[in-house]
Design a protein around this ligand. Sequence first.
Ligand SMILES: Cc1cc2nc3c(=O)[nH]c(=O)nc-3n(C[C@H](O)[C@H](O)[C@H](O)COP(=O)(O)OP(=O)(O)OC[C@H]3O[C@@H](n4cnc5c(N)ncnc54)[C@H](O)[C@@H]3O)c2cc1C
Ligand code: SF4
Length: 470
Amino acid sequence: MGKTTGFLEYPRQENPFRPEEIRLKDFDDLHEAQPADARRIQAGRCMNCGVPFCQSAFGCPLHNLIPEWNDLLYAGQDREALNRLLLTAPFPEFTGRVCPALCEKACNLADDGVTNRDNELYLIETGFEKGWIQPRIPPVRTGKRIAVVGSGPSGLAAADSLNQMGHHVTVIERADRPGGLLMYGIPNMKLPKEIIKRRVRLMEAEGVSFLLNTEAAPCITDAYDAVVLCGGARKPRTLNTPGIDAQGVCFAVDYLTEATKALLRRTVPSICAKGKSVVVVGGGDTGNDCVGTALRQGCASVTQLEMLPKPPEERPIGNPWPQWPRVLRTDYGQMEALAVQESDPRIYETTVKSILTDENNAVTRLETVKLKKSAEGKLLPVPGTEQTLPCDLLLIAAGFIGCDGRTAETFDLFADPRGRLMPPDQTHHLGGRLFSAGDMRTGQSLVVRALADGRAAAQEIHAFLQKNSF
Ligand SMILES: Cc1cc2nc3c(=O)[nH]c(=O)nc-3n(C[C@H](O)[C@H](O)[C@H](O)COP(=O)(O)OP(=O)(O)OC[C@H]3O[C@@H](n4cnc5c(N)ncnc54)[C@H](O)[C@@H]3O)c2cc1C
Ligand code: SF4
């Protein structure tokens, strides 16, 4: 283990955020990296527990060997620590930035868990800096050809594993840049886009081909030995509200995509929050990303509406460690809004009753109403609680209801009632040469879960190819 008494001597220290007044002026990385010494001390807090919950089903979905690489990091053996991390983690430069770190909440140190995510990021970035990360070209090729549809984290993870197994992999992506929601969804300040490009360049050097601006066609099931559908779950939940078709009403991912595209091409986004009163419907992570982006674009004000009650500050009964804590969290965008507006942007137990527009059908105000849970657990509007809010940009971040339907139609498949392409036996095999993985199979989830699912699909495809010679 790291240092026997490390967890008693050293307080938890995460990579600090850059101050709000500075980071709001740009779309650069939110965090400042810490020097190696700081990360070593933090790794020394790991207790090498008899039962490491951090790598159990409650913790890391990739089952990263956390105590082992923390120990090596503490001992100054960075390269060995990185090699141990890479045994299970395909892209630590993504998870080290955007993972909610399920492992840290499952840590035996509970709310004071070891800073595994920052340690992981330190290891991979050190690896790139020191030239330890080099293309790994498979020594033998099997001659089998595999198409991966979608280049989000699940598609990239499946492609990487299958390529390393010696198969020829082509990734087919309808967008103009690879990465899925890593590229067009998660904002640049959380995951700088150069980081995705660096990984894609590496994968290309290792033999993976990327076809961009390309929609998957039905004929690929004949052209390839296996096809894995990793198209995500991006169908947004909308609002059943009069005025929803007004100008200035936009889905969160469309807004965030345009913000990133404009940033990369150095132009003004076609949907921009500058000078506007922005209202975000949805109090989750996507909503928070909209708040952070709108503030950077120079909005006049930003408000976030959440249907559910404010979560408790401490774990409620029935939500014990090592489960993920369902408690109040104030994320970077909300912190920034607090700093600029001096008030919490979040309004709880509230939804939009109607969208009010001007003579050009552009949104000008929202009528909101309070919600209360009925005895049956339904959220119902409370009569007489209506209010109006100024709004000239309404961003809908109310969650996702499954895959977009286009891919299912192309391959003559039916999504289940939750909008997923999940085989009835819960495997990845949809039948014939078709497989599915990531959010498209499981519903909207997390990057780390999509990575784990892409790798699991690759194992199934490999076994399938070994059994079936065409
Ligand atoms: C705004 C936002 C922020 C998020 N932030 C975080 C976060 O901070 N941390 C975290 O862990 N998770 C986060 N998530 C969730 C996470 O991004 C997803 O769970 C993850 O990206 C799913 O990966 P995927 O590969 O299954 O699908 P996606 O990332 O959705 O990628 C699917 C890809 O498939 C392509 N595609 C679809 N159909 C076709 C077709 N027929 N032909 C060709 N290409 C096709 C799409 O263009 C897309 O590029 C966030 C989600 C959103 C919306
Ligand atoms: S991927 Fe996420 S859950 Fe796994 S070790 Fe890294 S931070 Fe923890």
